[in-house]
Design a protein around this ligand. Structure first.
Ligand code: ZN
Length: 499
């Protein structure tokens, strides 16, 4: 009886959070620009309501009174209590200060980026970093202050653990990047011809459906920054950004977001509106075990499947039939090489698979330094340029292409960048395990993605938030988080590109 009341209470919080997701989806896709101010009020009000519901003392009393022998029920209650504890620790005043600062910080960032004026942005960034330091202190894990921020997105992760992973990656990646950059360069001009967007969209969506993204519970729209968002597993929407003269941009973003989407669509229906589909610390309706695990699924379909040689051996004919004039003299091998070209550059969102993690490592090291007070905002432009030079050998020409390129810090998202690299690592661990299964491998060889889709659904997606990332990896791969499989995938790829 009390457990049913607990489920009802969490279900109602989930309803509010899904409604917030719907408002966010709308504001990022179809809302007219004049709707911004009113929408900000609506989002703030609903967030306050969700926070009040989650921190209501009656819910805490209810959780205390539940006695159950069912391990899943016990876990649901323990997880809700732990997540709400984190939420309670952050003073309401800081949340509200941050919400109002976010709007100003975003506007200051847009202006500073346009004018290449870091000094104009620094004061507001200092305020934001100050608030984030307070959040880290309020959560107080007892370890490095950055741990508190990272654990909002990746339960159980610490900066010490990240540093060890980053060292392993740097050691492996730096020589690989150099070898690929010094090797023969693929012709990438074939990707910048004129490719009508309607045909790109149709081909991309056909592939996403072949992978298993279900359009009866989903839809695709266009945006500036692609994303996936869900309002329970029954309505899981994705967006992409197609450009007429940059073929891979829209296609790979679509398959990336479809990977996120299939995760949400694959959650056990019994977990709908439950704590296993609700992130109470972040007040976000989501069904994935963590941000990193979520990213592992998008990277798996985007890179392990979509950028593989096998994928293009099977589908290049279809792409060429879609664009017969543009690709008439382009071979399947040319195309596969072009979409895997390695080119160190200053911009993270345009980075290839090999150099991408160096951009993340740079940001995490800076974020950790900011949180512990070893780095101050005024140090950022110089530090950024030095690290870019030492990790990727590129010169940062101005702050617009350096420290001002990402919006994350303006929104207070300190600690989320590492989950991109953790996702890459987990994608290779899970894919190595899956593709060792003969049925899955045979499926991949004939463009039948159902066996891989079914395996991921049963082993990862179905569990929602009821398993942590570490538990998921242990259960599925028999071991902990380990960059070895990812490093193997990248060195195999460089080997093939150089062959
Ligand atoms: Zn993603």
């Amino acid at each position: 009886m009390t457990y049913a009341a607990f489920q009802t209470a969490i279900g109602r919080i989930n309803d509010v959070l899904c409604t917030l997701n719907l408002l966010n989806w709308d504001s990022r896709t179809v809302m007219p620009s004049g709707g911004v101010a009113a929408r900000a009020h609506q989002i703030a009000t609903l967030t306050d309501i969700a926070r009040d519901m989650a921190t209501d003392p009656r819910l805490a009393d209810l959780m205390d009174s539940i006695q159950t022998n069912d391990p899943l029920e016990a876990r649901a209650v323990a997880q809700a209590r732990a997540e709400i504890d984190v939420l309670r620790k952050i003073p309401a005043q800081i949340i509200s200060d941050m919400a109002s600062l976010k709007t100003h910080a975003n506007a200051a960032w847009v202006a500073a980026r346009a004018d290449n004026d870091f000094a104009g942005y620094a004061p507001v960034l200092k305020q934001m970093i100050g608030l984030q330091r307070e959040v880290a202190a309020a959560i107080g894990t007892g370890g490095h202050p950055y741990d508190a921020m990272v654990q909002l997105y990746e339960p159980g992760m610490t900066y010490a653990r990240l540093t060890a992973i980053y060292d392993q990656l740097k050691t492996a990646l730096v020589p690989l990047i150099r070898a690929a950059a010094d090797g023969p360069q693929p012709r990438t001009d074939i990707l910048t011809r004129s490719y009508p967007i309607a045909a790109q969209r149709k081909f991309g969506l056909r592939m996403a459906q072949a992978m298993g993204y279900d359009l009866t519970h989903g839809r695709l729209d266009d945006t500036v920054h692609p994303f996936e968002i869900s309002f329970t597993r029954d309505d899981v929407r994705i967006t992409s950004r197609f450009r007429d003269t940059w073929l891979p941009g829209g296609l790979f973003a679509l398959w990336h977001e479809a990977g996120h989407g299939m995760y949400e669509q694959g959650i056990d229906p019994a977990f709908t509106r439950s704590v296993f589909a609700t992130d109470l610390s972040n007040l976000y309706a989501v069904g994935g075990a963590s941000f990193g695990m979520h990213e592992s699924q998008s990277r798996l379909w985007e890179n392990r499947v979509g950028r593989s040689r096998q994928f293009w051996a099977l589908h290049y004919g279809d792409l060429r039939a879609t664009f017969p004039d543009q690709l008439s003299e382009v071979t399947e091998d040319d195309f596969w090489r072009a979409v895997n070209a390695v080119r160190p550059s200053t911009i993270r969102v345009e980075a290839d698979e090999l150099t991408y993690d160096m951009h993340i490592i740079l940001r995490s090291e800076i974020e950790a330094g900011l949180m512990i007070g070893e780095i101050e905002v005024d140090d950022l432009p110089g530090l950024w340029a030095d690290k870019m030079n030492s990790y990727l050998g590129v010169t940062v020409p101005d702050d617009r292409q350096g420290v001002l390129q990402d919006v994350h810090w303006s929104h207070g998202y300190i600690g989320s960048f590492p989950t991109y690299t953790l996702g890459n690592i987990m994608s290779s661990q899970l894919f190595a395990k899956a593709s060792g299964d003969p049925t899955i491998k045979a499926g991949l060889d004939r463009a039948d993605y159902a066996p891989l889709h079914g395996w991921l659904r049963d082993n990862v997606w179905r569990h929602g938030r009821s398993s942590s990332p570490a538990e998921t990896l242990e259960r599925v791969t028999g071991g902990p988080l380990d960059p070895a499989a990812y490093i193997t995938d990248l060195s195999t790829k460089v080997g093939a590109l150089l062959a």
